[in-house]
Design a protein. Structure first.
Length: 284
């Protein structure tokens, strides 16, 4: 069954109001399309957790700090709708730019703290764009729950902070990263890798895994991070943009051994920027 598609806020609101009037809960999966198994796992979690599920598809220009990256971003609405058809999705919301940012739009939401450093340093304005569009999508859909992948760990923490600070009555659900058999985290950007780059790409997750286990086993973080950086470059990545150990929830530098921590990385393979992250396993 094709998923019904709406393109205007007015239509969206009318449908959601009907569901709410019937006492039904609403889950939303915000996406920029180019859906892969990672997105579909979010949709499955949403269908299990809510009576009604809305998937949003909007390539948000405000979160791209690089015009070439925005232009190269895949637009695959027909294929995306086909992938959603077998799932219990009630509505696909595909707003155009004017629905999201009408003439005169002048508000930007900026989340301090968790959006600073890491991707925040290397993609200026990115998290302002994410926070602004996510706030709008949560308000437009009136969702009770919203689902995000843990691959974008910093984004997930920005969204959690945003809904807490702005009293948006929506539960944020983070779901585990979905990986290829060789460990590469699923990403729409993987489609842009050449065959040779695709063969090198799993080195990113492998290096994180080795470093995470070493740190859990007592190796000094600086030593483990140096070895991971060298392994990533030796595998053919041209630049490690950042590789850092941070506190899990607020992404502050780790100060006390044993507190929940996570390795986060962004690295360039040819023209493609890949990100990944892994928690430090607890020893015991
Ligand atoms: O993760 C994404 O695909 C985007 O950042 C999101 C959350 C849909 C906002 O545009």
């Amino acid at each position: 069954m094709p998923v019904p598609t709406v393109r205007s806020r007015t239509e969206l609101r009318a449908i959601v109001a009907g569901w709410k009037a019937a006492g039904e809960t609403v889950g939303v999966v915000p996406t920029m399309g180019a859906l892969h198994a990672g997105h579909l796992s979010l949709v499955e979690a949403a269908t299990a957790g809510s009576d009604r599920v809305v998937v949003t598809l909007f390539v948000n220009p405000r979160q791209f700090n690089d015009a070439a990256d925005l232009a190269a971003y895949p637009r695959t609405e027909t294929e995306d709708a086909a992938k959603l058809a077998p799932l219990a999705v009630d509505l696909l919301y595909v707003p155009d730019g004017d629905q999201m940012y009408p003439p005169g739009f002048a508000t930007t939401i900026s989340v301090a703290g968790v959006s600073e450093g890491l991707c925040g340093t290397h993609r200026p304005g990115h998290f302002d764009g994410v926070a602004t569009v996510v706030a709008k999508l949560l308000l437009q859909t009136g969702a009770d729950r919203a689902y995000f992948g843990e691959k974008d760990w910093q984004q997930l923490q920005v969204v959690r902070r945003l809904v807490t600070d702005l009293d948006i009555p929506c539960e944020i659900v983070g779901r585990p990263t979905v990986r290829e058999a060789d460990g590469l985290a699923l990403s729409s950007r993987n489609l842009r890798l050449t065959a040779a780059e695709r063969a090198s790409a799993p080195a990113l997750a492998q290096a994180l895994g080795v470093a995470a286990r070493a740190i859990a086993g007592g190796t000094a973080p600086a030593t483990a991070l140096d070895a991971a950086r060298a392994a990533i470059l030796a595998a053919g990545f041209r630049e490690v943009e950042y590789l850092d150990l941070r506190r899990d929830a607020d992404l502050a530098p780790v100060e006390t051994a044993g507190e929940p921590a996570r390795l986060l990385v962004a690295a360039w393979l040819g023209d493609v920027r890949l990100i990944d992250n892994l928690p430090i396993p607890t020893v015991g």
